[in-house]
Write a protein that binds this ligand. Structure first.
Ligand SMILES: Cc1cc2nc3c(=O)[nH]c(=O)nc-3n(C[C@H](O)[C@H](O)[C@H](O)COP(=O)(O)O)c2cc1C
Length: 308
């Protein structure tokens, strides 16, 4: 499937595997890139040596393009931004803010820059700053979220920009891909579906929660802290949500309880204290499969629906 995104990045399918802190490492990213999509290693707030090692490992596992996601809020964003230049990473996606201050250096080094945006206003600023494309991410997504839905956000961003738009949030099969194209996107970014990829290195309990989730099993916590986050509904996230609602947890206490909780989910499968970040589309995911199969099935279905 050829779109402006496949041409811009030299990939076969216009699909990004979303950067996912603590989760999206070299094994998953390389599997997605080898399957013809764009695998992405999450920078999160990882130590620089860890990220360097992951980038080098990814290069040893694939000769296809891949990307790194830089979380702009993380305290070491600046050194990670330089690392992607030094390691000649072909694509950078950015989350949680405005990457304006790194843009000139990335562009000069030939890095393709694709910021994640939750609004038309930030999308327009990113285009002016020199972004190559943007990812318009709806509130259905797993992880940190904005308020606009994918259905509303993507066409408005597509109308406002000349650069290509990638739709994210709630896309897990060919219907979601086809719908994204109908909304004006040139590609998709998928996170939650890849949590249930064979190559995804999360605790088996995490995968089981994703595969067993129903349509109503996603819950947003932390709106009152200013950092809302979508998770699987568990005893722990229900406790956070009710503490937030009835005021029994202050925002500070909430932050203390959630500190390190994604790591506890990913590494330990800890249901008592872990935050299992996950999108609202988990209810549709029923099986763990190799990344290649996930991508091929998605695009075979999308092709059919789009009448190709
Ligand atoms: C577990 C998890 C962790 C995530 N972490 C990040 C992150 O570190 N940086 C980022 O830009 N986006 C992050 N995201 C968002 C994804 O990159 C992607 O945009 C999103 O998952 C797409 O929506 P979907 O989950 O409905 O597929 C995360 C998503 C999930 C599910």
């Amino acid at each position: 499937m050829k779109t402006q995104i496949t041409q811009l990045l030299g990939i076969e399918y216009p699909i990004f595997q979303g950067g996912m802190a603590w989760i999206a490492e070299s094994t998953l990213a390389a599997a997605v890139s080898n399957a013809g999509g764009l695998g992405i290693i999450a920078g999160g707030s990882a130590p620089i040596d860890y990220l360097r090692e992951q980038i080098r490992r990814c290069k040893s596992l694939t000769d296809k393009p891949f990307g790194v996601n830089i979380m702009l809020m993380s305290p070491n964003a600046e050194e990670l931004a330089q690392l992607v230049i030094d390691e000649k990473v072909p694509v950078v996606t950015t989350g949680a803010g405005n990457p304006g201050k790194f843009m000139a250096a990335w562009k000069e080094a030939g890095v393709k820059v694709v910021p994640v945006v939750p609004s038309v206003a930030l999308a327009v600023r990113m285009e002016r700053a020199g972004a190559d494309a943007v990812i318009a991410e709806g509130t259905e997504s797993g992880g940190h979220i904005g308020e606009n839905t994918t259905m509303c956000l993507v066409p408005q961003v597509a109308d406002a920009l000349d650069i290509p738009v990638i739709a994210a949030g709630g896309i897990a099969d060919g219907r979601g891909v086809a719908a994204s194209f109908m909304l004006g996107a040139q590609g998709v970014q998928v996170g939650t579906r890849f949590l249930a990829a064979e190559e995804c290195q999360i605790h088996p309990t995490y995968k089981e929660l994703v595969v067993k989730a129903k349509d109503t099993d996603s819950i947003v916590t932390g709106r009152y802290t200013g950092h809302p986050c979508r998770n699987v509904r568990t005893k722990f996230t229900k406790k956070l949500a009710s503490g937030e609602k009835d005021g029994s947890l202050t925002p500070d206490e909430f932050e203390q309880l959630t500190l390190g909780s994604l790591r506890k989910a990913v590494q330990d499968g800890n249901l008592e204290e872990g935050s299992f970040l996950c999108g609202a589309i988990a209810g549709m995911i029923k099986e763990v499969k190799p990344a290649k199969e996930i991508i091929e099935e998605m695009f075979a279905q999308a092709d059919k629906l789009l009448g190709k």
